[in-house]
Design a protein. Structure first.
Length: 175
């Protein structure tokens, strides 16, 4: 009895999935056609804020132009560094961030002689393209912010070898 019903039931289920429109010929809007679904009544919608178009000329220009280093840029660099870099590289740049303390491989310290001698462009390209287990931050960090992070990394590197005599205004505040 069950065997006799199995074939017609299976055939009925298979045929119920068919309709007049194939999956390869779906109903869709044509480019620049009218669309009642959207407020502006057109299929072509503006990009959401913060969307990055591939090959965006302005972003490429920003990537090639280093902004002048000032206190505002260093403050922005520190803020972005704390958000994006410190989980792995640590707040002081020694490579002992919270992620590393939880078992992730440690990145090299920014205070190694190899990285102290590296050009600023090296850090910018690593942030942009990734390196080793570090993935690219190009979609997450704007080019100007990448340069700000690079400036802050340089400040971290300088701070590790600084002497009180190099900063007379600090010497006056020491006991």
């Amino acid at each position: 009895m069950i065997g006799r019903l199995a074939i017609p039931l299976t055939l009925a289920l298979l045929l119920s999935g068919c309709n007049d429109i194939s999956m390869t010929q779906q109903r869709r809007y044509g480019t620049f056609s009218r669309a009642a679904l959207f407020e502006n009544r057109t299929e072509a919608q503006p990009l959401p804020e913060g969307a990055v178009a591939q090959g965006d000329i302005e972003r490429q220009r920003q990537a090639q132009q280093r902004p002048p280093i000032d206190a505002r840029l260093l403050a922005r660099g520190r803020e972005r560094y704390d958000i994006y870099c410190s989980p792995c590289h640590g707040l002081s740049g020694t490579g002992n961030g919270m992620i590393v303390q939880r078992g992730f491989p440690a990145p090299p310290s920014y205070h190694d002689s190899r990285l102290r001698a590296a050009p600023a462009e090296h850090f910018f390209h690593v942030i942009t393209n990734g390196y080793g287990v570090m993935y690219s931050y190009a979609a997450r960090v704007d080019p100007n912010d990448r340069w700000a992070i690079v400036a802050y990394i340089r400040a971290l590197q300088e701070s590790q070898g600084a002497k009180v005599a190099d900063a007379p205004e600090l010497r006056s505040r020491l006991p």
